[in-house]
Ligand binder design. Structure first.
Ligand code: KG4
Ligand code: ZN
Length: 329
């Protein structure tokens, strides 16, 4: 079975092609350069860029996978959460293509997609999954490949958002996460003791306090020791993730922890998670770095399991659930 996965929820236009659970191609076009001078994503520019890129990326995905358009058996597309205009481009393209090819169309939740990047490997269920991205920090108790229960989430800033805002305070370019990680390599992570928001007894997260603490620290001390600030901030965030996952483990004694989302590209976080949990005999699944960022293959992999679990396809309609509406539920 050959599945086309489409992802346009934010500022990456991406199409992946998978055969079973094997990735044949995964083309990712990132718009970072376009939004950089604004210091954040401009939604209108994002949707216009998706519109320009989606067809060439589709053609490149087919050519890299060495398949023709007729070989596609099903199409999966991210329809929530995300930027409304950006989602509309991907869904319109997917629905039009599925309708014209007379193939089934599946809507994919972006957060489940991030976790599904791990499903190219075998997973022992039930397990816990944490998505750490620019827009979300969401903890799931996962009963099988398609049955996710949200058991914790951020009450304010997403983890990647905190990275980006702290990077801005440190006068680093956008998106700040990778620049902050690089700077942190030169710093002393024990230099500054930022507050750790453990929220006693809750599996929810809160990252805006750390960001504010960094702001006041820099206001007082200036930017001279900014590498130490970056390293101490990164350590605080990682300690918080480890603490929360340990608390979750007490409530849900699972054997596998799955991670996903842009922030999980951070090598320091990857190493610390592995080191901490593998000592405790918990298997950690972390996707390759290019499968942590937004990509089409993850939508394709999740679709593979929707089909396997006999979930009915979606109608050929443009059903978009943007971020704000998702949060209301
Ligand atoms: O999952 P993603 O590509 O898009 C969303 O769904 O939000 O995540 C993007 C986020 C940004 O906030 C970016 O700064 C962060 O991931 N990020 C990182 C690193 N690389 C990307 N954060 C920390 N360290 C990194 N190396
Ligand atoms: Zn994402």
């Amino acid at each position: 079975m050959i599945i086309l996965g489409i992802e346009t929820s934010c500022d990456e236009t991406s199409i992946g092609i998978i055969k079973g659970r094997r990735i044949l191609s995964n083309i990712i076009y990132s718009q970072d350069i376009i939004h950089q001078s604004f210091g954040g994503i401009v939604p209108e520019l994002a949707s216009r860029e998706h519109l320009k890129k989606i067809l060439p990326i589709f053609q490149e995905a087919l050519s890299r996978a060495s398949i023709s358009i007729d070989a596609i058996d099903a199409i999966g597309v991210t329809n929530s959460p995300g930027l409304k205009g950006s989602l509309i481009i991907g869904i319109s393209f997917a629905a039009g293509l599925a309708y014209s090819l007379e193939k089934p169309l599946y809507f994919v939740d972006h957060l489940y997609g991030h976790i599904a990047s791990n499903f190219i490997k075998n997973v022992k269920f039930p397990c816990l999954g944490l998505v750490v991205s620019g827009g979300h920090t969401s903890l799931f108790y996962i009963k099988n490949h398609v049955d996710f229960e949200l058991v914790g989430r951020t009450l304010d800033d997403a983890c990647g958002e905190a990275f980006d805002k702290v990077a801005r305070i440190l006068k680093l370019p956008y998106p700040g996460g990778p620049y902050l990680e690089k700077l942190a390599c030169e710093g002393n992570e024990k230099k500054i003791d930022f507050p750790r928001p453990y929220l006693h007894g809750s599996l929810n997260f809160s990252f805006s306090g750390i960001k504010t603490a960094v702001f006041y620290h820099v206001k007082k001390e200036g930017l001279e020791n900014k590498a130490d600030v970056a390293a101490s901030f990164q350590k605080t965030i990682t300690d918080t993730i480890i603490k929360k996952m340990s608390m979750a483990l007490e409530k849900y004694p699972v054997q596998n922890f799955l991670f996903g989302g842009g922030v999980i590209q951070n090598q320091y976080i990857r190493d610390r998670l592995r080191e901490h949990f593998e000592k405790r005999n918990i298997k950690i699944l972390i996707p390759e770095k290019n499968l942590c960022m937004d990509n089409g293959a993850m939508a394709g992999i999740f679709t593979y399991f929707l089909i396997k679990y006999k979930i009915p396809p979606s109608p050929y309609t443009i059903k978009v659930i943007p971020t704000k509406l998702v949060n209301i539920h």
